[in-house]
Ligand binder design. Structure first.
Ligand code: NAP
Ligand code: ZN
Ligand code: ZN
Length: 347
């Protein structure tokens, strides 16, 4: 066992505090990663605060991990000491079910093993990336291309893949109009990726406060959803809408913005149900869908795509003692556009 420094929540209602956690010994198929940066995803906040159900505490969140391999197990072939690597939202899956065999491990029929707060194969509870080191089976570790800084790469491991996967699945590209609801961590990556794929991109944000940023990131249009005229003006416009909002919104009014056969894909994961007026679907053969992160193969494809197009996340690097402040700013939609923890400040 390796005892390492971390930041963890002692309970759903307390701030995160410095602590230590245990990492397992490096097994034959494991790699030991020295974490350099860990992104703060809104899912970390939902999870530690119990929005998605009870958790086991203390809980160290973090599933946007970028670092360097410092040790490998005897059977490891995919990675070597010194490699720049990343770990996202999952650290294992059954590898045998139909979905795992398709490379869609995030939809493992037996349930993928989450990077934190999940029961691991050995019965322990996984602990996430707000820590200095992590031990992960080699198959769930991806390569970070040289062209992307490790700090700007960390958020790609969740925010990047969670938006890349539905953009690809629903065919974002030239001639397609894509709407992105919410310009936060996921939203800003959706804008960059959809633009790089050649789509015409529109941001739908609560206000016009971040308009300049949105256009710089690659949006072609930018609208405020607080303006009722936005919904009249854009009715029937989009082939694809990616909703990244962390809170419930009136989905039916956004469905009306889709063209015939358009799809609204929810990646935002509020605890509350999102009621739908079926007439907003029926009247345009529209779809309301959801999507979870992406498989390991697609995560590598996304990182390679980002390297090819010179993309990374827009980040604000913070020391560990600012994690709790960063949580409050994320909750207030005051993030531009991902907080990333400098892991050297954890210990
Ligand atoms: P984030 O950085 O907080 O961004 C969310 C954005 O949504 C905010 O910046 C804000 O953008 C908008 N927003 C927030 N509250 C709103 C409200 N009450 N009404 C309207 N708009 C609001 O969060 P994130 O890290 O991108 O994560 C977003 C959601 O995706 C979370 O629920 C998270 O758990 C979920 N998630 C899902 C997956 C998956 O696999 N499906 C993966 C990662 C995260 P504007 O200021 O521009 O309006
Ligand atoms: Zn996440
Ligand atoms: Zn499986």
């Amino acid at each position: 066992m390796l005892t390492v420094s971390a930041y963890a929540a002692p309970s759903a209602s307390e701030a995160l505090v410095p602590t230590t956690i245990e990492r397992r010994d490096v097994g034959a198929h494991d790699v030991l990663i020295e974490i350099k940066y860990a992104g703060i995803c809104h899912s970390d906040i939902h999870t530690v605060r119990g929005d998605w159900g009870p958790q086991s505490y203390p809980l160290a969140p973090g599933h946007e991990i970028a670092g360097i391999v410092t040790e490998i197990g005897s059977e490891v072939t995919r990675h070597k000491v010194g490699d720049r690597v990343g770990v996202g939202c999952m650290v294992n899956s059954c590898r045998e079910c139909g979905n795992c065999r398709k490379g869609e491990e995030q939809y493992c029929l037996k349930g993928m093993t989450g990077t934190y707060g999940a029961v691991d194969r050995d019965g322990t509870i996984t602990q996430g990336g707000y820590s200095t080191h992590v031990v992960v089976t080699e198959d769930f570790v991806v390569r970070i291309p040289e062209r992307i800084g490790l700090d700007a790469a960390a958020p790609l491991l969740c925010a990047g893949i969670t938006t890349y996967s539905p953009l690809r699945h629903w065919g974002a590209g030239p001639g397609k109009k894509v709407g992105v609801v919410g310009l936060g961590g996921l939203g800003h990556m959706a804008v960059k990726l959809a633009h790089a794929m050649g789509a015409d991109v529109t941001v739908l944000s609560q206000s016009l406060k971040k308009m300049e940023d949105g256009l710089r990131l690659g949006a072609d249009q930018y609208f405020a959803t607080s303006e009722p005229a936005t919904f009249e003006k854009l009715a029937g416009t989009f082939d694809l809408i990616i909703n990244t909002v962390s809170a419930p919104i009136d989905i039916s009014s956004y469905l009306q913005l889709l063209t015939l056969d358009g799809a609204l894909v929810n990646v935002g994961a509020p605890a509350e149900p999102l009621p739908v007026n079926v007439f907003s679907l029926i009247t345009g053969r529209r779809s309301f869908a959801g999507s979870a992160i992406g498989g390991i193969r697609e995560t590598q494809e996304m990182l390679d795509f980002c390297a090819e197009h010179g993309l990374g996340a827009e980040i604000e690097v913070i020391p560990a003692d600012k994690i709790n402040d960063a949580y409050e700013r994320v909750l207030a939609s005051d993030v531009r556009y991902r907080f990333v923890i400098d892991a050297s400040t954890l210990g």
